[in-house]
Design a protein around this ligand. Structure first.
Ligand code: GCO
Length: 449
């Protein structure tokens, strides 16, 4: 048995739009994901988060599942449009009251609430005013953070400002795969959106510290370990460019207070719209960094690629892939943690998301066996335990996710949960991986294979 340290935190992660449903209940305003998912052609089979896992109504049942699992923490996001339906102006008390009940029910179950303020569901009214392209959004976000942390700051001891600035900027404004679905190939919009997300983060940190003085504050990042497709000079240079961009661009502003100098010239007039004082604010010291790890990036040189990096992702023929077509590569978690610890020396790290999509189907007795997910989790936990044994300050692990849920543009076609959701009945069926994770938590350790 590979033991984790005493006090290691075992959790599960989810996000508001992916599980709550109830999109028009109790005064919730429209979000950009409501608008995007209801736009024909944007999501698989036209799926939306209108109902999702109906968690808004069923949260007490889901918290019972968490308690039976033995969870010590639950990472969820708050829907800005429930709190401020227009993103600003009057507070929607019924929306705030929902999260009050959620937090109280979690605390009564002995489960620590880890809150992310923003997991992609921007109030549509703010997007109509420019959204993340409008620098004023940073003040709107700071106000939202103030309203929420004044109400919950006595019980929430872990706050993350944003989930994955990379996806907000790149998928929302460059590839258009996610809301608000812009496809600006000059990269100017992606860089402006990214910079304003960072600015909003920098403005919210002191607000959270003031309203929730006993809490720890951080951000959730998806940073990838990057490997060259071949040992050729061109591919090694491509991997370096990709790594400096992805890690540098999507992590260093908040971890070091600066964009990587070698990448800045790539963008010319499309560079982030910096103003004096921005980077000092953005680089405010954090108590933890949340890392969402799923897989690595294998990169080759591609002179024909559309983006300034001139790189392309490569499949590894000898590797196994998940239902998302992501390579299963546990060693990447060790390499990522080693790099983050060496380069940025974070006080604390949480694995804020780790898991896999598999084509789960109930058997004739209604049970869901997911041995490949068990194997995925076991392999990554084994690597994690070994990294912690090397004194890398990982304090907790959050499986993505407790429930199968709305996987953004993939709709409900990808199942990441350790609990199966029958969306026609909303029945929850714990999978084999739920029992596996229950045993890991109970033992605070994982069997070595
Ligand atoms: C992300 C998001 C989650 C996803 C999960 C599976 O990392 O993309 O945080 O909302 O659903 O990662 O893709």
């Amino acid at each position: 048995m590979l033991q984790f340290p005493p006090g290691f935190v075992w959790g599960a992660a989810a996000s508001a739009y992916q599980i709550e449903g109830a999109v028009k209940t109790d005064g919730r305003g429209e979000s950009i994901w409501d608008r995007f998912s209801h736009t024909p052609g944007k999501t698989f089979n036209g799926a939306t988060g209108d109902v999702a896992c109906d968690h808004y109504r069923r949260f007490a049942e889901d918290i019972r599942l968490m308690a039976e699992l033995g969870l010590q923490a639950y990472r969820f996001s708050i829907a800005w449009p429930r709190i401020l339906p227009d993103g600003k102006g009057p507070i929607n008390e019924r929306g705030l009251a929902f999260y009050d009940r959620l937090v109280d029910t979690l605390c009564q179950a002995g489960i620590d609430p880890h809150v992310a303020l923003y997991h992609w569901d921007l109030p549509q009214v703010l997007d109509d005013e420019g959204g993340w392209l409008n620098r004023e959004i940073a003040d709107r976000f700071a106000h939202y953070a103030d309203v929420v942390s004044r109400r919950l700051g006595d019980r929430v001891k872990h706050w993350a400002t944003f989930n994955e600035p990379l996806c907000i900027a790149l998928l929302g404004y460059f590839t258009g795969e996610q809301a608000p679905g812009h496809r600006d190939q000059t990269f100017a919009e992606a860089n402006a959106a990214l910079h304003h997300v960072y600015l909003a983060h920098g403005k919210a940190v002191p607000v959270l510290r003031a309203n929730s003085p006993a809490s720890k504050i951080g951000i959730m990042l998806n940073i990838y370990p990057v490997y060259p497709a071949t040992d050729s000079e061109a591919d090694r240079a491509a991997a370096f460019r990709f790594e400096r961009f992805h890690t540098g661009w999507f992590a260093e502003p908040v971890l070091k207070g600066a964009y990587p100098a070698e990448v800045f010239p790539l963008f010319g007039p499309a560079a982030p719209p910096l103003q004096p004082g921005d980077m000092e604010l953005i680089g405010a010291p954090l108590d933890f960094v949340g890392l969402n790890y799923y897989s690595r990036m294998v990169v080759a040189d591609d002179p024909t690629a559309p983006d300034p990096l001139k790189t392309k992702m490569v499949h590894v023929a000898s590797s196994e892939y998940t239902d998302m077509d992501w390579e299963i590569y546990p060693a990447g978690l060790r390499d990522l943690l080693t790099m983050i610890d060496r380069e940025y020396h974070p006080q604390e790290i949480y694995i804020a998301e780790n898991g896999c999509a598999m084509p789960d189907v109930p058997d004739s007795q209604g049970r869901v066996h997911d041995p490949r997910r068990v194997a995925y989790l076991q392999a990554h936990l084994q690597v994690l335990q070994q990294a912690i044994a090397q004194d890398i300050p990982v304090k907790g692990y959050f499986v993505w996710s407790l429930l199968d849920n709305f996987e953004w543009s993939f709709g409900y076609s990808k199942r990441f949960g350790i609990v199966y959701v029958d969306y026609t009945t909303q029945r929850r069926i714990p999978k084999t991986s739920y029992r596996f994770y229950q045993d890991v938590i109970r033992a605070n350790g994982v069997a070595e294979v």
